[in-house]
Write a protein of this length. Structure first.
Length: 117
């Protein structure tokens, strides 16, 4: 179970890297769209690994027991990110603020993960 938790955490951190990488690529290649697929893949990976981690942490209890309010905030922020991505991916052109706003929300969730103890 502990190994599963570490694998999920590893993938969760790779998902964060994928989202931040998608931002850098988007800024360089197509700041006004279309939005690259990396955003969708990264945010879905965060959703799956985050929910999986929450379940495993719950089962393990102890020092890894999740704070439900923290998880709820992270889930809501991620759903906003996903909603924005789904709407943006339907369009060929985007306002220039979309990818910085997405990256800001991703960084917000990383901050919540680390500083909410
Ligand atoms: C863009 C979205 C997200 C980002 C950038 C993100 C970022 C992070 C980071 C950096 C960590 C490592 C923290 C540490 O080990 O100190 C972490 C851990 C974790 N994340 Fe996420 N996360 C996201 C979405 C989610 C979602 C949607 C959930 C589930 C509702 C979730 C659940 C967890 C859990 C359970 C942990 C391990 C325990 C903890 O640190 O609270 N994450 N996340």
């Amino acid at each position: 179970m502990e190994f599963l938790r570490l694998v999920l955490l590893f993938l969760h951190l790779l998902g964060l890297g994928l989202l931040l990488g998608s931002f850098l690529v988007q800024r360089r290649v197509a700041p006004t769209g279309p939005l690259s697929a990396g955003w969708l893949h990264g945010s879905l990976l965060q959703l799956l690994t985050g929910v999986g981690l929450a379940g495993v942490d719950q089962a393990l209890g102890g020092e890894h027991a999740p704070d439900n309010a923290k998880l709820a905030v992270k889930l809501v922020v991620l759903l906003v990110i996903l909603g924005l991505i789904v709407v943006a991916r339907r369009r060929d052109t985007l306002p220039a603020w979309v990818s910085p706003a997405l990256a800001g929300l991703v960084v917000l969730n990383a901050g919540v993960a680390v500083f909410w103890t």
